[in-house]
Design a protein around this ligand. Structure first.
Ligand code: ATP
Ligand code: MG
Length: 521
């Protein structure tokens, strides 16, 4: 390997007037460092000095000196110096197979030093930095340091980075000592992405796997790593319906709806400089998706009723518990938005696939409820053993994941006499969970009706239940009462047996004290 040094001519130091020490000459004649070639950058006004330095070096060492005229109008102007050095680097033709490059920092202006630093850090110049200084004390050898900007080569620094990223990962895990290797690997990856990229992050996973919780922690981490300055604006896309969705997201000009004071800032604007968390993004309408994609890509959009473009720069975290790829193929989600969000997508595993993490999570929940209730609570030994055995059993599915676990622990704590959870209580809880899950699983019709009626279904016959469930489903997937009516009464409509479908449907819902509006909530 040939050793090549690139450096500026030191117009004061290399003259050797003030002191005897000349940095460029002493670097090339250094006993512990041999320079095969020196590329000496100099201004045309210093031609003579450059030639005399070249002669001195070539008579006292084996170094070949190439003079490179490098004219600067103002050696203190960052833009000019960087621009010209950048051009120099682009045109140089570095041959890393055969040559090893060094940038000599000691000569040239501070601006030049900064530029050398930036260009080598960004690898536009594949070089290490070299720094020289006059001999110290008794010695008569020039002081020479080589600085490698590849931080991964410094063990002590690397250890500090590792420690920091471990702390960040721990923060993402909410301080819970999780043991599941797949989950821990996933978190480490998220840590890496969140702290080094501003691209959108998509969090997938069943309901209750902790997507919303994790999004908040990712934002905290980005804030600490100074990747965002603004706030996190959380939007649940499932609550954005119809006409108000656009105004809620993109804002609305004052007086647009004719009412004074109807101006809206919009979530995008509020998230400027921060994070926009789009939870349940699979529920977002196609029109909103299109405008959103454009806003993510360009930072620009039009508020409702306004012909002045608004701008906002925000980072996106999106959450969804349905398979977005499947929605794309069904035409319910825009492929281009999906592609944009899918760059970093992470699927949180369900609790039943993280059996080894159930125990630390129970402990975490216990501590949370203790804080909430302001009293100490604990399991009796036999109760703890029984509950854990149940919780970790392969047959226990935890269908709503942390939501189930969290409420189960909270129920136990609330009912615990004098803060002790007993074996009997645990048995009762296990039985209740089993019944609950069984019902949900076995009878989705029952579940949907129970949901719509707020639990009051005892007086309803199974006969009606099945019909009502189907009516509710149709209402929820239709844009209006009339549309739902048309679907439900299609046959009698075709036979011209009934005229007003919407009215017929409204009367049917009335029988169960249900309204169209309530079903849309
Ligand atoms: N270790 C944990 N990690 C994440 N969430 C937890 C944990 N322990 C308890 N929880 C609680 O579980 C509940 C569900 O979490 P979260 O809302 O983040 O789930 P989600 O994946 O967003 O669900 P959904 O898809 O239904 O919105 C929250 O109340 C959360 O506080
Ligand atoms: Mg959520």
């Amino acid at each position: 390997m040939r050793n090549v040094v690139i450096g500026f001519l030191g117009t004061v130091l290399d003259m050797g007037r003030k002191r005897k020490w000349k940095p460029t000459v002493s670097l090339c004649t250094h006993p512990g460092f041999s320079v095969d070639r020196l590329e000496l950058l100099h201004d045309r006004n210093y031609n003579r000095l450059a030639w005399s330095v070249k002669r001195e070096i070539e008579t006292t060492s084996d170094t070949e000196v190439l003079l490179r005229q490098f004219d600067l109008d103002d050696p203190w102007d960052f833009q000019e110096v960087y621009g010209k050095l950048f051009d120099f680097a682009q045109g140089y033709g570095f041959d890393e197979e055969r040559e090893q490059y060094h940038l000599h920092l000691t000569t040239g202006t501070h601006v030049a030093q900064i530029c050398w630093f930036l260009l080598s850090e960004s690898r536009h110049i594949p070089a290490r930095l070299i720094q020289t200084g006059p001999p110290r004390g008794e010695e008569d050898v020039t002081k020479l340091d080589i600085i490698d900007l590849d931080l991964s080569r410094y063990n002590a620094l690397q250890q500090r980075f590792d420690l920091m990223s471990r702390e960040m990962s721990e923060q993402l895990r909410g301080g819970i000592e999780t043991r599941n290797p797949a989950f821990n690997a996933l978190i480490d990856r998220i840590e890496l992405v969140a702290s080094s990229s501003d691209a959108p992050i998509l969090l997938l996973g069943e309901t209750g796997t902790g997507k919303t919780e994790l999004a908040k922690r990712i934002y905290e981490l980005k804030l600490q790593r100074r990747r965002v300055k603004g706030r996190m604006v959380q939007v649940n896309c499932a609550t954005l319906r119809g006409g108000t969705a656009l105004a809620a997201l993109f804002g609305q000009r004052r007086g647009f709806t004719g009412q004074p004071g109807s101006e809206r800032t919009g979530f995008l604007r509020e998230a400027d400089g921060g994070v926009l968390f789009l939870d349940e993004i699979d529920e977002l309408g196609l029109e909103e998706q299109a405008i959103l994609l454009h806003a993510i890509e360009t930072g620009a959009y039009y508020p409702l009723g306004s012909d002045i473009e608004a701008s906002s720069r925000f980072q996106v975290i999106a959450g969804a518990n349905r398979d977005l790829a499947a929605l794309v193929s069904q035409g319910k989600f825009r492929p281009d938005l999906f592609a944009r969000l899918n760059m970093w997508s992470f699927t949180l595993p369900p609790l039943r696939d993280r059996r080894e993490d159930i125990e630390p999570n129970i402990m975490y929940e216990l501590a949370r409820v203790e804080r909430l209730q302001g009293r100490k609570t604990g399991f009796n030994a036999d109760a703890a053993e029984r509950y854990l055995r149940f919780a970790r059993d392969p047959g226990t599915l935890w269908p709503a994941n942390f939501r189930d676990l969290s409420s189960s622990v909270e129920r136990l704590c609330t009912l615990a006499p004098r803060g002790r959870i007993t074996r009997t209580m645990v048995e009762t809880e296990i039985a209740a969970l089993g019944r609950n899950w069984h019902e949900t699983e076995a009878d989705p019709d029952r579940q949907i009706v129970q949901d719509a009626l707020g639990g009051q279904i005892d007086g309803i016959d199974q006969f009606d239940l099945v019909q009502l469930a189907q009516v509710i489903r149709t209402c929820r997937t239709s844009g209006s009462l009339s549309e739902a009516g048309r679907k439900l009464f299609a046959a009698s409509r075709a036979a011209k047996a009934s005229r007003n479908d919407a009215d017929r449907l409204r009367k049917y819902l009335d029988r169960f004290d249900l309204t169209w509006a309530a079903l849309q909530e």
